[in-house]
Structures are given as C-alpha cells and as structure tokens.
Design a protein around this ligand. Structure first.
Ligand SMILES: NC(=O)c1ccc[n+]([C@@H]2O[C@H](COP(=O)([O-])OP(=O)(O)OC[C@H]3O[C@@H](n4cnc5c(N)ncnc54)[C@H](OP(=O)(O)O)[C@@H]3O)[C@@H](O)[C@H]2O)c1
Length: 361
C-alpha cells in the first residue's frame, strides 16, 4: 500500500487549523505529522494548548494530541518534516505572503486558507469544481520562485461559496449584474459564542474587508490563464453587503441576478443539480457526490437543517423565483469553515495530488 503524504498545519491551534486536524483524521491520502503555531505555543503538547479552546464537535484526534507544537517561523525545521503544508495563520498580510513564499522555496507546497496571496498573479485561487485549470499557472510560479516542487495555491473567501457556485452553474445564461447580501457566521471570525458573547441576539453590519472580497473574488475564479498569469473576468458586476449574524457555522447569501439570456426557472434548477466537476469525476476523497442541491420548500435552506449537507462540502440553494426588478432571486447556504475554509483547501490538495503537483519529497 502506498504511504500517506506527510502534512504540516501552520496555525494548527486556531479555528481553521482545528478544522483541518478534524477533517484529516483518517484521511486516506494525508497524515498530519507536524503542527505549528505562534511562538507562544512553541514546544508545548498540542492537547495541552488547545484543550480549553477546542471548537470542534468531535474530540481532538488521538494521533495529534501528543505532537509538540513547532514555531511557524522555523521554516526549515517544519519543512524538513513534511511533504506539504496547509496554512491558516493569523499574521499580517505581508508576514503571511513572506512566510508562505519561504515555505514554497524550501520545496514544500503550501495550500493556503489565507487571503494574502489571492491576488498574486501566478498563484492559483481555486474551487476545484469551478476552475481547476488555474493550477496550470503553478509552472510559471515555480519559475519565478526558482523551485522544482514548491509553490503556493489558495482557496477563495468563505463568503462567496454560498452564491458563486450557483452563478457558475448558470454562466451560459450570462449573469451580468448581481446583488448579494451575506449573513455570516461567527466562526468565520475564528470565534464561538463562548469567546464572543456580545454576538448573542445581535447583528453587526460590518466585516472588515469582506465586501471587496465578496465582489471581486468570483471574477478571479472565472478568469483565464494567459501568459503565465490569471487575468480576472469582467463579465459580471457584483455588489454585496456582508453582515455578521448570531450563527455558529454557516454563511447564508440572499442574491438577485440579471441575465443577458434570461432562462426559465426549470432551466436554472436543472443547471444547479447537474453541475459537477473534476472532484466528482475523479471521486476525490472529500468531494461531495452532489456539489449543489436545490431545495424547493419555501423555508429552505436553513442553517440548522442544511449546513452539513454533504459533510459541509455541498452548497444548498433555495427560494429561486422571478423578481420584479432583477430577473431572479435566490438564497444560498454553505459551511464556512468546511467548504469555505479547511474543507475547500483539503479538496484543492487532493486535486493537486491527483494531478501530480504534490508528491512525496
Ligand atoms: N474562520 C474562518 O472561517 C476563516 C475562513 C477563511 C479564512 N480564514 C483565515 O484563516 C486564517 C486563520 O483563521 P482562524 O479563524 O483559524 O484564526 P485563529 O483561530 O485566530 O487562529 C490563528 C492561528 O494563527 C496562529 N498565530 C497567531 N499569531 C501568530 C504569529 N504571530 N505567528 C505565527 N502564528 C500565529 C495562532 O497560534 P497561537 O494559538 O499560538 O496563537 C493560531 O494557530 C486567518 O487568516 C483568517 O482570515 C478564516
């Protein structure tokens, strides 16, 4: 039997890091061998550091409890223990840019959850069902970095995963104007109600930097690889409002769309439920069998009922109907720390392995 690839988690003690560790327990291809966090956690046992702030529903995996935490900044030391790393650290953008490049330069692929490199021209930002061909820019990136196997790949922001997949499924009808309001869970800020009690019964109409990401990142997903760079698309104008709501997990979006070629409602539903991509064709371990489900009941999707659809890797759409100002409106829901963060990155890594970009060192 072939050996599993050895994985390190940068930011392993945080909300997204914990999600990586949970999702990778018993993963058929990847094994967490190294955990890294800030200098505050360096040298301590993983369980000792996270036991009072473990935020997952399942217990800390046995295989990780006794690992001694490395300092993320000890790049050579961490890199020497692994085949590739997942990155979910809370540092400044410039620090993250620098440290992720430093890892790549040690010939260690970095699959990142952070936003720092999402607009670096030769760094692919991928939802595997939507734009797997963007991984082709990795060859140009490696030339720039002077590496043979080291590179950075990223996944997009959690907020767009509740509406961008539906818009992608409808691309042939040419959606050209979109208004979306997102209702975002507190885990998106790395928090639970225990550490953010002010969110009980509250709504905060501001999430720093989120609206720009929500408006621009879908255009990058729909962009093309040209001359070794990703050129973003300009087919659609998107405007958003992003609002923090008292929900633990699950980002909901209410969206309005105008199409150049207005379809019927039946055509739109047919495109949603039949939308699939390489993860489904290749039967990747974390791929949802059905990427997008359509729920016809008027009171769906609901966070409590639908956030864990396809183990949190699927997207739920409902309330699709004609609108008097726009052509159609709908509501979407996705799990922000699974599909929107760690799960989306694990699926990227599975596709990168399947395509030969990540191999044992
Ligand atoms: N939560 C989400 O749904 C979500 C979704 C998409 C993207 N993101 C992004 O993912 C990243 C992590 O988010 P999170 O919610 O997991 O944050 P978090 O819970 O605050 O965790 C932050 C992690 O970074 C480490 N860290 C903090 N300061 C550091 C430093 N100076 N040097 C090295 N490591 C440091 C922490 O280690 P210690 O425990 O030692 O302090 C911890 O492991 C952020 O960039 C965030 O914007 C989050």
């Amino acid at each position: 039997m072939s050996q599993k690839l050895k994985v390190g988690i940068l930011g392993a003690t945080g909300m997204v890091g914990q999600r990586f560790i949970s999702l990778l327990e018993n993963h058929p291809w990847f094994e967490v061998v190294t955990v890294a966090a800030s200098p505050r956690s360096e040298g301590k046992r993983y369980e000792d550091v996270v036991k009072d702030r473990w935020k997952m529903d399942t217990p800390i995996p046995e295989g990780v409890k006794d690992l001694i935490i490395y300092n993320v900044n000890d790049v050579e030391k961490v890199a020497s223990t692994v085949d590739f790393v997942f990155s979910a650290v809370d540092m400044t953008k410039d620090e993250i840019k620098a440290i992720e490049e430093a890892y790549a330069k040690t010939e260690t692929p970095v699959v990142s959850n952070n936003s720092a490199h999402r607009w670096t021209k030769d760094v692919p930002m991928v939802v595997p069902e939507i734009n797997p061909e963007h991984f082709d820019v990795i060859e140009s990136q490696k030339k720039r970095l002077g590496t043979t196997r080291g590179f950075i790949a990223v996944k997009p922001n959690c907020s767009i995963q509740s509406y961008a997949p539906a818009l992608t499924a409808w691309m042939e009808f040419e959606p050209y104007e979109v208004v979306a309001t997102t209702y975002q869970a507190i885990s998106g800020a790395g928090k639970t109600f225990k550490d953010w009690p002010e969110m009980n019964g509250n709504i905060i109409p501001y999430i720093g930097g989120e609206e720009e990401k929500s408006e621009q990142e879908p255009l990058r997903l729909w962009g093309k690889v040209e001359d070794g760079e990703i050129k973003k698309a300009d087919c659609t104008v998107i405007t958003t409002q992003c609002i923090r709501v008292p929900i633990l997990n699950g980002h909901t979006a209410a969206a309005f769309v105008k199409f150049r070629k207005k379809p019927t409602k039946e055509q739109l539903i047919e495109k949603l439920v039949n939308f699939k991509g390489l993860p489904q064709e290749l039967e990747l371990p974390s791929a949802p069998k059905q990427f997008i489900q359509y729920l016809s009941d008027d009171n769906r999707p609901q966070v409590q009922l639908d956030v864990n659809y396809e183990n949190g890797m699927g997207v739920s759409i409902g309330r699709l109907r004609e609108d008097s100002v726009y052509d159609y409106k709908f509501v979407g829901l996705s799990h922000n720390t699974v599909r929107g963060a760690a799960g989306g990155a694990v699926l990227c890594a599975e596709l990168l392995k399947a395509k030969g970009f990540i191999q044992p060192k």
